[in-house]
Design a protein around this ligand. Structure first.
Ligand SMILES: Cc1cc2nc3c(=O)[nH]c(=O)nc-3n(C[C@H](O)[C@H](O)[C@H](O)COP(=O)(O)OP(=O)(O)OC[C@H]3O[C@@H](n4cnc5c(N)ncnc54)[C@H](O)[C@@H]3O)c2cc1C
Length: 490
């Protein structure tokens, strides 16, 4: 029997929603393969994006592969060779050592300039961009995907073979693909303020840990000759629940914390403080479907320990384009075929992100805040004495050192020894001044009492917290077993 197949008019091979680092990078890679790529971007470029502007060595390596590191913007950006870790009355300055395979240290590049250079690179490679054009929805058919868009007041439709969701933390493509409702389990809130005429070294970025903003961090990243990107990231869902005025947290920190005051010095706020949500990775959720794929932050590719995501946006774009090359040669865009992209993400990032998710889950329980703060003080004290230890801590937050690799006997022993040393130092000091021992002892028991009272007030949340820890531990152990099997196969 003769079957007549429908002749489809495709407006392009690939439609990309969003032209941030992930969208522009995948557009570049696919256009380079000779595919017809259309990018729909809701803003007009160059556009700003609220960010710390820290571009990690792995991200820079990806830019290098796309030929972007020869630009003037890249060359004049501050190269970061030191990191300051600040916690109550103590700090460590860590010298950064580059892993052999990476050519550049991290740089601070304002997103206005960075994103524009990736965007222009994609256009130069042949991708066609529609600015001020928003993706509204899409429908997948067996042989095509039809996307509804809007430019000004004008709605219209485009037909493509595949749709890529590269539309960031509030991705419409992700929400439709997952039929998703809002879930703050995997959310951080970020704020950023630009300063002019600040003081201090131009090659050192500082990170601050405080009780008021924990679990979370503040940062000071030097930008250009005398500017700085100052901000905070904080976990959205914690308990006992306290309404957090994040903007006030940041302005109070800048006004009251001596370490950051010293760096801001007589500097002045350039513009208003801006905020943005950050969505991190839930390995249980899908990133592919029939004729649809998510890359970058739309897929939740963020390290929850640091809030970094540019490197994952660029890496995922390259990995997705490699899988798509095979889809185009087989003319197969089924969910089964695209699932190999999810496998690559799990292989390359799964263990690291699962371990980071576990670590950030612990301090969600703010009843135990004194314990978490002690743990951070111990890490900073050890980093001050032990350069190699400091490099690991900073490497984890920079994304150059996978967090799970810190699970070595040696590393854990160093933390325990540091805790022991700090404890015995304290005992020796108080023995010299026994009167303080009573006051400290009373304070210690009051803290314990407070912890227990808060824990018993929220039994439901505590139970949920513990069951989530068990679940996350299970995921980490699955990755650990897989990694061990791969190792023993070699
Ligand atoms: C306060 C803060 C600080 C951060 N600091 C750092 C840092 O220092 N280093 C780091 O590596 N990462 C940092 N991140 C994370 C980083 O910003 C993201 O990982 C990165 O932007 C992800 O790139 P992306 O291309 O996936 O998404 P985005 O950069 O968000 O780009 C998405 C694009 O899609 C467009 N878009 C959205 N919806 C639509 C639609 N419906 N139709 C068409 N276009 C659409 C948007 O306009 C945007 O241009 C920070 C984030 C925040 C909020």
């Amino acid at each position: 029997m003769l079957t007549i197949s429908e002749k489809i008019h495709f407006d392009c091979d690939v439609l990309v929603s969003g032209a941030g680092p992930a969208g522009s990078a995948i557009a570049y890679h696919l256009a380079k393969m000779g595919l017809r790529v259309l990018v729909a971007e809701s803003e007009k470029f160059p556009r700003d994006k609220v960010c710390g502007d820290a571009v990690s060595p792995i991200a820079i390596n990806e830019l290098h592969l796309m030929g972007i590191t020869s630009s003037a913007i890249f060359k004049k950006a501050n190269e970061i060779t030191k990191v300051g870790l600040f916690v109550k009355n103590d700090h460590a300055i860590v010298d950064l050592v580059l892993p052999e395979e990476l050519p550049y240290h991290a740089r601070i590049i304002p997103r206005l300039a960075l994103d524009n250079s990736i965007f222009e690179n994609a256009k130069k490679q042949g991708a066609v961009v529609m600015e001020q054009t928003r993706v509204l929805s899409y429908t997948v058919f067996p042989n095509k995907v039809v996307t509804k868009l809007q430019s000004g007041q004008k709605p219209f439709e485009l037909v493509s073979k595949i749709l890529i969701g590269a539309d960031g933390s509030r991705s419409i493509v992700r929400r439709i693909l997952r039929n998703e409702t809002f879930d703050d389990d995997f959310q951080l809130i970020g704020l950023r303020a630009y300063y002019d005429n600040v003081a201090g070294p131009r090659e050192r970025m500082d990170v601050y840990f405080t009780e008021e903003n924990f679990p979370g961090i503040y940062w000071f990243f030097p930008e250009g000759e005398s500017g700085a990107n100052v901000g905070l990231a904080t976990l959205s869902k914690t308990f006992p629940y306290k309404q957090q005025q994040v903007k006030k947290l940041l302005t109070d920190h800048i006004a009251q914390n001596k370490d950051i005051r010293d760096r801001i010095n007589s500097g002045s706020l350039r513009d208003k403080i801006e905020g943005w949500p950050i969505t991190f990775y839930d390995a249980q959720k899908t990133v592919t479907g029939n004729r649809v794929m998510l890359v970058g932050e739309a897929a939740g590719l963020i390290n929850p320990l640091s809030g970094d995501g540019i490197q994952y946006a660029l890496l995922s774009a390259r990995w997705a384009s490699e899988i798509l090359a095979s889809c185009f040669s087989d003319d197969d865009f089924s969910a089964e075929k695209l699932y190999s992209y999810k496998k690559v993400l799990d292989e390359q990032l799964g263990y690291d992100l699962a371990f980071s998710n576990l670590i950030v889950h612990f301090p969600r329980n703010k009843s135990l805040l004194p314990v978490w703060m002690k743990a951070v003080e111990t890490l900073v004290a050890r980093a001050k004495e032990d350069q190699q230890f400091g490099e690991i801590i900073v490497g984890i937050s920079e994304g150059t050192f996978p967090s799970f690799k810190a699970l070595t006997f040696d590393f854990v022993l160093k933390i325990l020894l540091q805790g022991g040393t700090m404890g015995s130092d304290y005992i020796m000091e108080t023995l010299k001044k026994p009167s303080e021992f009573r006051t400290d002892g009373q304070r210690f028991f009051r803290t314990l009492q407070k912890i227990f009272s808060e824990m018993t007030h929220e039994p439901q949340n505590n139970l949920q917290w513990m069951s989530q820890i068990a679940k996350k531990l299970y995921h980490v152990s699955q990755h650990a077993v897989k990694a061990r099997n791969v190792q023993s196969d070699k």
